[in-house]
Design a protein around this ligand. Sequence first.
Ligand code: CMC
Length: 431
Amino acid sequence: MSNKIYKLSDPSGKTSAPPLREGTLGPATLDIATLYRDLEIFTFDPGFVATASCESKITFIDGEKGVLLYRGYPVEQLAEKSSFLEVAYLILYGELPTNIQFEAFSNSIKRHSMVNEAVLRFFTGFHYDAHPMAMLTAVVGSLSAFYHDSTDIHNPKHREVFAHRIISKMPTLAAAVYKHGTGQPFVYPKNELGYCDNFLNMLFSVPAEPYHVDPVSAEALDLLFILHADHEQNASTSTVRLAGSSGTNPYAAIAAGIATLWGPAHGGANEAVLNMLKEIGDVKNIDKAIAKAKDKNAGFRLMGFGHRVYKNYDPRAKIIRATCHKVLQKLGRADDPQLELALRLEEIALKDEYFIEKKLYPNVDFYSGIIYRALGIPVHMMTVLFAIARTVGWVAHWQEMIADPHMKIGRPRQLYTGTAKRDYMEIGKRI
Ligand code: CMC
């Protein structure tokens, strides 16, 4: 608690003194939970622009400075030195693992990689051209019909089994989504492979010929997964928390998060960026695209630009941008015209008064799709890859919320502006 006192009073003389709570980092937070009781008023903040929806110890963002910390560790250090599974352990358990802890964790994640065959049969109900995110939402939701041995959300062991299961099964389901769209047979997981190697093998191998995972591709994917693993109370994570706060089945809560991630203002932006770059087509059309993004009547935004929290360069975008050239070079795609186009678009936008004044910088989705494409991932699969990585964050936040003895169901209030009370009128009397 801070010793600064904020006092509110209404014309009748009633007062409220909401306590100011200090976190470890970031702005202090006015705890307004008693405001309605004291003054009979609500607060109004659509989009949660200045509202902390919960207390959390997992991830910290300083949007003004472009800082992102997972459990206190700068994302730059983790990107350089760690691995996705190690970061997953860190995010879930709060500390980096010892050798013994890491071995036990990665073995557990590997062992849960298969899904019940009945889940795979669900795919026959989808058209070949169903959007991968539609299929992923549905099949992850359907997991709530399985695994009844571990659905007591108040049992920490059950929660842990759920966490390992979903993190392990996401690549298997994501690859199945892709295989269904291509008409190729599903490929079963191979537990001797690493997390990303296994995923690439399930995506791209076919029974007819041998397939060797390119270590450059697996390494690039691992990096992208680290950068997407968590991002505090973003829309999909908040959705998982809200859904989970009713005590629902955790697979159902994760499915709600996947559905939220799909939107182009959130994770769907990685797909939208590549579609936009394709539409712009050539460096000579950039000025026209920038003018359109500034025109409020055009209904067009520069995808992969801007962020609710970052008013500076998104640190994840900075890392991906720096990695892009290296990865593309190693994969023999150094002359990718879309990378040149993206770099030029960024350069022009960052010098434009509109983008400067509104502090609009490239976000994580601006360059990630270019790497995904170089790995052979089709554009409509890109948000699915985001979902695999973000599952770690969703699960960690769900765990943190359920383990909190003060957890409450999420239930926002509203400012009602509809019709006041009125009486029913018989149909013949209405005009
Ligand atoms: N292109 C053009 N103008 C923009 C853009 C953009 N990409 N982003 C924001 N603006 C303008 C917006 O029109 C508004 O102008 P004004 O103040 O004159 O009305 C101002 O900047 C503030 O925008 P906002 O929509 O009020 O800001 P927000 O915090 O509600 O939205 C955002 C954040 C990410 C939804 C938005 O910047 C956006 O739509 N960006 C493009 C989509 C995108 O890249 N999304 C990925 C986000 S990062 C990854 C993730 O979350 O998964």
